[in-house]
Ligand binder design. Structure first.
Ligand SMILES: [Zn+2]
Ligand SMILES: [Zn+2]
Ligand SMILES: [Zn+2]
Length: 261
């Protein structure tokens, strides 16, 4: 079935403009150079699924008119990916069911620690988010079935950590990735859309940089690739002008359509 993916945010952890910076990208008048913290929304089969809720989630949800969320999948527990968790609260108060949250063991533990008032057995904060956390099977390629689609866990390396990327039908989302383990490569074949981390031009210990991400795209051969989690090092127009036409820097609010299954 057809799915619409919206980039809620495409920036690195510090966002662009970066506080206190006067560089050409941070002071640019091009709205494509304004990058909030990274996450995506998937809309398909009458449902809305989010991957990550960063610190800008409230503003992103208002911008995109998000009025309902049916499930949230998390990639890892860093602040730029989980700090919007509490802003899910008003979207969890309607209906009888708790909002399902999916995360690997380490990420679920982080969310329960950071937002511990939500999960207390006694003396729980009364208007905490009504959620149920599901710890996902750590096996590479293990699937989570949601509203007629399957989300597969794709382990990726993020510095010294292993975190969770996701494949859903013909698309994959690999944010915060410095390397793709060889065991994950077979899970990333025959993609229409690959979304991957491209932090900046120079190498970084826990993120892929532009040249490395381009090489990964050339190896995996998706039909289209979009770069995300970008810093102020990458100007939208001038960087795109030098990329192959099937590779683009994503931008906040961008929508793409693909087949999910
Ligand atoms: Zn991040
Ligand atoms: Zn800057
Ligand atoms: Zn991270």
């Amino acid at each position: 079935m057809e799915s619409t993916l919206t980039f809620l945010g495409t920036g690195t952890s510090m966002g662009v403009p970066t506080l206190g910076c006067d560089c050409a990208v941070c002071t640019s008048s091009d709205p494509h150079n304004r990058r909030t913290r990274p996450s995506i929304r998937l809309a398909y089969n009458g449902h809305t699924v989010l991957i990550d809720t960063g610190p800008d989630f409230h503003a992103q949800a208002l911008r995109e008119g998000i009025r309902r969320v049916d499930a949230v999948l998390y990639t890892h527990g860093h602040a730029d990916h989980v700090m919007g968790f509490d802003d899910l609260r008003p979207l969890t108060f309607h209906g009888n069911d708790h909002l399902p949250i999916y995360a690997d063991q380490e990420t679920a533990d982080s969310i329960e620690r950071i937002f511990e008032y939500t999960f207390r057995k006694e003396d729980r904060y009364p208007t905490s988010a009504r959620v149920k956390i599901h710890r996902i099977d750590p096996t590479p390629g293990a699937g989570i079935k949601l509203f007629g689609a399957c989300f597969q866990r794709i382990p990726v390396t993020h510095g010294r950590q292993e975190i969770t990327g996701y494949r859903f039908g013909s698309a994959a989302y690999l944010t915060d990735m410095s390397d793709i383990p060889e065991t994950s490569i077979p899970l990333l074949q025959n993609l229409d859309v690959l979304i991957i981390d491209a932090l900046r031009r120079d190498p970084h210990p826990s993120h892929s940089h532009l040249d490395k991400s381009v090489a990964i795209v050339e190896r995996l051969k998706p039909k289209r690739a979009f770069f995300t989690h970008m810093s102020h090092d990458l100007d939208h127009d001038t960087t795109n002008a030098n990329l192959p036409t099937h590779m683009r820097l994503a931008y906040d609010g961008q929508q793409i359509k693909f087949e999910i299954s």
